[in-house]
Design a protein around this ligand. Structure first.
Ligand code: UTP
Length: 484
């Protein structure tokens, strides 16, 4: 017996013992069919997993649905309204100035979380490569890149861009950026790094799934994983070297997001917040978005599934929802805060949540890959907004659906929401609003929808006032496609 095979045997014995202890030894079921190289890589993967924690999570999150413990008191979160009251106008003006100053001083970075798998959209590859814009069909990564380029011009600054991928889409994301010449941004101002993964489990047996005979099925650990990945990747150190103080956190799937918003930055920074958030007024009580609340006096987000119906439906004297501040995953994070939570004694951990997903897997019995038609797997994910509980100070700023929210989550199909078709409608609607503000006549159908497709490139305008210098048509003709 060679020394390599002895060490492989030893490693196997150790791994088997660890797995038997947590009833997950089925992940070694194909061992006899594997080459030594495949065996080594499977053992490496097994060793990289915290099986004790995993066993606990299987009990609490896979074999049963975790119970959400309602806080003793739940009150609606206060927010800064989209349109300031008279008494707030000066504050907003000063905050916008402060935000612009931080930008001009090069103290703000953009951060996109793009590690998700886009299962609902069914797009093969990084979601950021999805052709999203209304006319040019530019990919989502390009939307963010153009916004950053325009903001750099406008504020005469550098805005480094950090992008979190996952081990599943990291190589494809690097290749996509290279293929597109980094979308006109300097490569030394872009940093792409992967987040961590967690095993995925069969949703009835709690057994870890295989992706191949020599590989566990793994899934990204949720956007909450970004707070650790920012630190472990060296991104925080890189930011500190550059003098960055604030991180503008956005998701990849919303082409309308204001990647950089001076008002939001200014309010957050002048209030001395560690993490702040934007919110949308919920359109209706059962809308599937988490809601900002004060829970036992602390700001946080309650998932829509956990908010009791009587609270979700509660209205005030004007008939407005009381719990209305819907979370849309736009945040600001202080660089020092992200460093602190990663370096505090005992580390930090965000709670895991259960996500039921369709996930293809390797079936040992039939020696074949199975493509399930319905949710078969549980992924374990952390949510970035749970870090709000670690903050001393945090604000919420209201934003507007037309201005800033046209996400691409689902595939197009009749009646679908948050899909490419509704996103294009949303992009057109915002473009029409901006053009209308500059006295361009907009054609509308009987339902009041814009009767044209309009795209305003972020290279042209990231704010309606940027259109002041642009030669605009007096009107948009019905049924046309117009790129500004
Ligand atoms: P979603 O929760 O919408 O998930 O992510 P998703 O993975 O894109 O799509 P589905 O649920 O599989 O259909 C919201 C944002 O968080 C990022 C996504 O890339 C997206 O920008 N995300 C999500 C991560 O970066 N990592 C994760 O583990 C999960």
């Amino acid at each position: 017996m060679t020394s390599t095979s002895t060490s492989l045997d030893d490693r196997l014995a150790m791994a088997r013992k660890m797995l038997v202890d947590v009833s997950q030894e089925q992940v070694l079921a194909c061992w006899d069919t594997l080459t030594d190289e495949q065996r080594e890589s499977l053992l490496d993967q097994i060793q990289s997993i915290d099986w004790a924690e995993t066993a606990r999570l299987v009990q609490t999150h896979v074999l049963q649905k975790p119970q959400f413990a309602l806080p003793k008191t739940i009150e609606p979160a206060e927010w800064y309204p989209r349109i300031p009251s008279k008494s707030q106008q000066d504050l907003y003006k000063q905050a916008r100035k402060a935000g612009e100053k931080l930008l001009r001083e090069g103290k703000v970075a953009a951060f996109t979380v793009a590690g998700g798998q886009g299962t609902r959209l069914g797009w093969d590859g990084p979601k950021g490569a999805y052709p999203a814009t209304a006319i040019r069909k530019h990919p989502l990564f390009c939307c963010t890149a153009e916004f950053i380029r325009k903001a750099q011009q406008k504020y005469e600054t550098t805005i480094p861009w950090y992008i979190m991928t996952s081990p599943i889409n990291d190589a494809a994301t690097h290749a996509f950026f290279e293929e597109h010449g980094n979308f006109g941004l300097r490569p030394d101002n872009i940093m792409i790094f992967p987040q961590e993964m967690m095993p995925a489990f069969d949703n009835t047996t709690g057994k870890a799934l295989l992706d191949a005979p020599d590989q566990l099925a793994m899934a990204p650990n949720g956007h909450g994983g970004s707070l650790k990945a920012l630190y472990t990747s060296g991104a925080i150190t890189d930011m500190q070297t550059r003098g960055i103080e604030q991180i503008s956190y956005v998701q990849i799937d919303n082409p309308l997001v204001k990647v950089i918003d001076p008002l939001f930055i200014g309010l957050h920074a002048t209030e001395g917040c560690q993490m702040s958030s934007k919110a949308l007024a919920k359109a209706y009580a059962s809308e599937k978005v988490g809601v900002f609340c004060q829970m036992d006096g602390k700001l946080g987000v309650i998932e829509y599934t956990n908010l009791p119906d009587e609270l979700a439906e509660q209205v005030d004297a004007d008939g407005e929802l009381v719990f209305k501040a819907g979370s849309i995953a736009i945040h600001l994070l202080e660089v020092n805060f992200v460093e602190q939570i990663n370096t505090q004694a005992g580390g930090f951990a965000l709670p895991y949540n259960r996500a039921d997903k369709k996930m293809s897997y390797w079936d040992v019995a039939s020696s074949s890959r199975i493509e399930p038609t319905q949710a078969n797997a549980v992924k374990l994910e952390t949510f970035v907004f749970d870090a709000l509980s670690l903050c001393e100070k945090s604000i919420v700023l209201e934003t507007d659906r037309i201005e800033e929210f046209a996400p691409i989550k689902n595939a197009d199909e009749p009646g679908a929401v948050d899909c490419p078709a509704t996103s294009i409608q949303g992009q057109t609607e915002r473009a029409a609003r901006w053009l209308g503000a500059h006295k361009v006549d907009i054609p509308r159908n009987e339902a009041g929808q814009v009767d044209a497709v309009i795209e305003i490139s972020s290279m042209t305008a990231i704010d309606p006032e940027d259109l002041s210098d642009v030669d605009l048509p007096p009107q948009i003709d019905a049924g046309t496609e117009v790129l500004i």
